[in-house]
Design a binder for this molecule. Structure first.
Ligand SMILES: [Zn+2]
Length: 281
């Protein structure tokens, strides 16, 4: 009787450990989905794109005031290396933590528009790039690259000189399977017009609206052409610019586009398997 009992127990143990083994094997084979996090960094932008094989692309690095919070968010998302770092344009609310990011992470490629400023933030950023001996790639419309099955295309800047620094913003369209995401930086209506004139495909399921929902961005014509299901506004609570502007919100309402504000809901996280996408948070 004892023998039979021990045989039964042994086979149960074998069955159980066998099941665990199978489970581990299965989970190793499962690819993750694409994850896009529009971080709440107060008044500014920082967007993390994580590919199915865990490669990281970071668009902007938030304002300096969000330093600890941004580093915390990157740590929680297990970011160690950054495949592509995109600095949309050299305003402090977008490059405030670039120096720390460049210093603390392994970075393969850095894209930025061909424009300089004489602010301390910009100088610190350039110093770190120099220290690490990274060659800057100039961002301009028409540049395409692929990271891990994700197609990236820059739709702006289209010209070499602008009066307004915002219009140097790198506009990035990311396509994964049947889904597309559009990140506008602080590009204004002038740049949107150029993008449409050049005939770029702007259609996207999600748009990160230009310039924190300012009325200087998001023309009716442009937003209609993008025809997104969702819009995200990366904006700080009680900011002194009055962002997002009333005109932008009423346009979204008029067109029936659902929107999320980082000052209201915090980080906005999308997940996609290439066929569909959903909001994780
Ligand atoms: Zn900005």
């Amino acid at each position: 009787m004892k023998k039979i009992l021990s045989i039964i127990i042994m086979s149960l143990i074998l069955l159980f450990t066998g099941c665990i083994g199978l489970k581990v094997e299965q989970s190793n084979n499962i690819e993750r989905n694409l994850i896009i996090s529009v971080f709440d960094v107060g008044q500014g932008d920082a967007i993390l794109i994580q590919t199915p094989n865990n490669k990281n692309i970071l668009i902007d690095a938030g304002p300096n005031s969000a330093r600890d919070s941004l580093i915390g968010k990157l740590n929680r998302n297990r970011v160690k290396d950054i495949e592509v770092l995109i600095s949309t344009h050299p305003h402090e609310d977008h490059i405030g933590n670039m120096d720390d990011i460049i210093k603390n992470y392994n970075i393969k490629d850095i894209y930025m528009p061909k424009v300089t400023t004489n602010t301390k933030t910009f100088i610190y950023m350039m110093e770190e790039i120099k220290k690490k001996n990274i060659k800057i790639k100039t961002a301009k419309a028409g540049i395409k690259f692929n990271v891990d099955g994700l197609d990236f295309e820059f739709l702006a800047p289209n010209e070499n000189f602008y009066e307004e620094l915002n219009n140097y913003s790198v506009v990035v369209r990311v396509k994964y399977g049947e889904k597309a995401f559009l990140f506008m930086g602080d590009a204004e209506k002038l740049s949107e017009g150029e993008i449409l004139k050049r005939g770029y495909d702007v259609k996207a399921d999600v748009i990160k609206l230009g310039h924190h929902g300012s009325s200087s961005s998001s023309s009716t014509q442009f937003v209609k052409k993008v025809n997104p299901k969702y819009a995200v506004i990366s904006v700080g609570k009680d900011n002194s610019y009055g962002h997002p502007h009333r005109e932008t919100i009423s346009l979204l309402n008029k067109l029936g586009i659902k929107y999320y504000r980082t000052d209201v809901v915090g980080d906005v996280v999308f997940e996609s398997d290439g066929h569909s996408f959903w909001i994780k948070k």
